[in-house]
Design a protein around this ligand. Structure first.
Ligand code: PDD
Length: 279
């Protein structure tokens, strides 16, 4: 695989990053994951907009233009022959002697991109749905910034795997915030989609924004409000959204089966619409 590191396209085993990079030492880094369908990027402008927002919130400099970023994405897709999968982008504040205090202006941000091939359409999750468990949301107070502080979500997903589930939904004060790496939704018995409103507690998902627009276009009621674990257990359907899964059905929560335990009709329709519109 060819990867991109600070201005160069290199084989992955020749890629180098400083051990003093603040991304490595302090998770002082932001990232984006954009899906590739039929060799083409999905929702690229929205991902770049969010990258700028993340950088702005952390006072991180973006030294590369949007056109250059698009060009790097396209070049990696071409060099690696990616038809389906994703492009991962990570930007860090830069490398400097280890210190909690930093001077952004004196640092040169690091930029790393690589591709991952992955089947996105015909997946086990799409066919059978996923099981989730709920765990306490122990992340920091700025979950709206897409940083690489992913240790807690990673541990939460491991806990889910250990419990025989596929993913963890995070809970703050009895209410679901989001999934470990996705936004969370339930569909009520009268067919309304419920998802938590944007705040510092969740990532403003690019897939989320698109999904809400599609739901509105198709006349499906969308309620942006907090929902409890109890409501989730009693839902008719549930699903998640993310760039790497699109719309992923959830068929059980904490061992409680939803409806007949198969991907629900509202979820399936939105997944099909999302994929059709992305192509
Ligand atoms: N995760 N919430 C969290 C905590 C996430 O990490 C993600 C994305 C999302 C969905 O955002 P989007 O629709 O823009 O992908 C919500 C990526 C895919 C990841 O970490 O791999």
């Amino acid at each position: 695989r060819t990867v991109y590191v600070n201005g160069e396209y290199v084989p992955e085993n020749e890629a180098k990053i400083s051990v003093f990079d603040r991304g490595f030492l302090m998770a002082d880094a932001i990232y984006e994951v954009a899906a590739v369908l039929d060799g083409k990027l999905t929702d690229f402008p929205a991902h770049i907009k969010r990258l700028h927002r993340s950088a702005g919130e952390l006072g991180m400099r973006v030294d590369v233009s949007d056109d250059e970023l698009l060009e790097i994405h396209r070049e990696l897709i071409r060099l690696n022959g990616v038809d389906q999968g994703m492009v991962y982008l990570q930007m860090t504040r830069g490398a400097t002697d280890r210190d909690f205090v930093f001077d952004t202006d004196a640092l040169t941000p690091s930029l790393v991109l690589f591709t991952q091939k992955k089947e996105l359409i015909d997946t086990g999750v799409a066919r059978n749905g996923m099981k989730v468990i709920t765990v306490e949301d122990k992340r920091w107070g700025r979950c709206d910034i897409k940083t690489t502080q992913l240790l807690y979500p990673s541990l939460a997903k491991m806990e889910a795997k250990k419990a025989g589930a596929d993913d963890a939904w995070l809970v703050r004060d009895g209410e679901i915030t989001e999934g470990s790496s996705n936004n969370a939704y339930i569909v009520t018995k009268d067919g309304a989609i419920v998802t938590r409103p944007l705040s510092n507690s969740i990532l403003p998902g690019i897939t989320r924004a698109t999904l809400i627009a599609y739901a509105e276009e198709t006349g499906t009621r969308i309620e942006e409000r907090v929902f409890t674990v109890k409501e989730a257990h009693e839902a008719a359907e549930a699903f998640i959204t993310s760039a790497s899964v699109f719309v992923g059905p959830v068929v059980s929560i904490d061992g409680v089966q939803l409806s007949d335990g198969k991907p629900g009709p509202v979820t399936t329709r939105l997944r099909e619409l999302y994929i059709a519109e992305s192509r």
